[in-house]
Write a protein that binds this ligand. Structure first.
Ligand SMILES: [Zn+2]
Length: 544
């Protein structure tokens, strides 16, 4: 029997853009088709042509609704993919809100960039995909129960397993050509509200394990310990007298916070504060949680859906009215403060010394959320300088991801692994740290790169058939635009901290010197390289 082959199209030595192509006996399936998210260089990968023919893909197996796993499905459909997108029912329900939201953001982003004056002479940018593409992708979604066998394409057998990460999340088991493969998707931690611990089969030929927090030990914070930390933060914020603004991810983190706030209020540990959920996407995601409450743990009597303290705002007018308030708890998206109604609440509350901004999620480099967490005294929002006088606070113990020990335990529970373990969905440091923890009892551990192709035989390690794309490796490893943005933000703050104008001018002059010196150095280097090139054309001089 011939072995299936794997081609890595995303989440290779990086976290986002999850997409793996499996080919066997003339049929092709994808596990995930996700957006690249992060720096501008990484996001530019979303606009590259697919490395496969979208029309030739028989089916997609989707692990969960997060956009870094599902967000390129509308583009796949726009380019001619007509097969089913297999996922759990909850994931399918979530796609109904996530993909149209992503399409709207793509359309707005293209419109915004085309309006910019400095682009007046350039051809207009097309959105990555449209609302119509997103709706067609949703029409192609098919739901399947966990742990139920199905045949996504001729010669492929599949099963989904609970991954414990977010509502509907699954790992994907695939069997083709006698070889059993398991793709983790994103894995949840052990102490996670709503979901059971991740599950999966024992004994596979090839195992694919995410590594997002492969270098991080969170320590076992129980639900109760986390609630105690939240209680302390909320009490301190309310005592300051202003508003408590919490930037949240609309899906999952919002519902976890609502659960914790409801429990704290019901047990009398917090006063009956007014909690406003001011994000249409978060309200709709909460509605989908309600629809799936039978599959969820820790819900009690479902008070998060109808607690007297909770108010789901819908209209912009309702949202605006919150500006005039004090003592309100406002949950709003996006979680990293890059878009959405949260920006409006930040504009009103950042300058208020009695208000508090509480971060409860990961803040990527280069985002407004990260700038605030890093202690900026002033931020630029929609062309205006906004002073930061509010208290900036942070809770680290909320996570939808397994940490290093939990990832290792998940791999242990899948043994024996007869072929290779592939570590995916991670930055360099996380991948290496996880690899060090896994050396024993595995025939082969691989860290695949985007563009690589492997044969995945039953009972033997994977064989690499094609190497990765070097230019993508470079794009993932350094990003000068991101470093530049960080430097500019910090530079302004640092210059403001210098006492006199004269000293500030001197600091700038010294920076100018460094740039000039670097230019001189480059010139000399080029001259030397030119001379070297001339010499190497001589038949008597060998290259370096
Ligand atoms: Zn995820």
């Amino acid at each position: 029997m011939t072995a299936p082959t794997l081609t890595v199209h995303g989440a290779g030595r990086t976290v986002t853009g999850s997409c793996f192509q499996l080919s066997h006996g003339g049929a092709d399936v994808l596990v995930d088709c996700g957006l690249f998210q992060g720096t501008r260089t990484v996001e530019a990968l979303n606009r590259e042509p697919f490395a496969f023919d979208a029309k030739a893909i028989g089916a997609v197996l989707l692990t969960h609704a997060h956009l870094d796993h599902s967000g390129l499905l509308p583009r796949l459909v726009a380019e001619g993919f007509r097969g089913p997108i297999w996922c759990t029912r909850a994931t399918r329900d979530l796609l109904h809100i996530m993909l149209p939201d992503a399409a709207r953001i793509q359309e707005q982003e293209a419109e915004r960039r085309n309006r910019r004056a400095d682009r007046a002479d350039e051809p207009p940018i097309e959105p990555l995909y449209t609302l119509a593409d997103a709706e067609r992708a949703i029409d192609q979604a098919r739901d399947i129960e966990l742990e139920t066998q199905f045949e996504p394409a001729p010669g492929f057998h599949a099963r989904l397993w609970n991954a414990g990460h977010i509502l509907g999340s699954a790992s994907v088991e695939l069997v083709a050509g006698g070889s059993r493969m398991l793709f983790s998707g994103d894995l949840g931690p052990e102490q996670k509200a709503f979901h059971l611990d991740p599950q999966g089969p024992h004994g596979v030929d090839h195992l694919f394990c995410e590594s997002t927090y492969g270098d991080r030990e969170r320590g076992a914070a129980t639900l109760e310990q986390r609630r105690t930390v939240l209680e302390k933060e909320v009490k301190a914020a309310l005592a300051r007298g202003g508003n408590l603004v919490i930037p949240v991810f609309a899906l999952e983190r919002t519902q976890e916070l609502l659960l914790d706030l409801a429990r704290l209020i019901n047990s009398g540990r917090l006063p009956h504060a007014q909690v406003f959920i001011d994000s249409p996407l978060a309200s709709r995601a909460t509605e989908i949680f309600r629809r799936h409450q039978r599959e969820l743990e820790d819900l009690g009597d479902g008070e998060i859906f109808r607690h007297p303290s909770f108010h789901f705002t819908e209209t912009v007018e309702q949202s605006m009215r919150l500006n005039a308030m004090s003592g309100a708890i406002i949950l709003s998206a996006s979680g990293m403060c890059e878009a959405g109604r949260i920006r409006h609440h930040l504009r009103y509350n950042l300058p208020r010394s009695d208000s508090t901004i509480l971060f409860v999620g990961f803040q990527a480099q280069g985002t407004l959320g990260r700038t605030l967490v890093d202690g900026a005294g002033r931020v630029r929002m929609s062309g205006r300088d906004v002073a930061v006088r509010a208290q900036i606070r942070r809770i680290d113990s909320y996570s939808a991801h397994a940490d290093r020990s939990e990832l290792i335990a998940w791999v242990e529970a899948r043994k024996p692994v007869r072929g290779s373990l592939f570590l995916t969905h991670g930055e360099e440091q996380a991948l290496e740290a996880l690899k060090r923890g896994l050396e024993s009892g595995l025939p082969s551990i691989l860290i695949p790169e985007i563009g690589e192709r492997y044969e995945l035989p039953a009972g033997a390690p994977a064989k690499r058939l094609a190497t990765g794309r070097v230019e993508i490796r470079d794009a993932l490893s350094r990003d000068w635009q991101n470093d530049y943005a960080d430097m500019v933000v910090n530079l302004k703050r640092e210059l403001q901290q210098i006492r006199s104008n004269r000293q500030r001018a001197e600091a700038l002059a010294r920076m100018r010197d460094v740039i000039d010196q670097y230019a001189d150095h480059r010139k000399k280097h080029h001259r030397a390289a030119d001379e070297g090139a001339r010499e190497s054309r001589s038949p008597y001089v060998s290259g370096p």
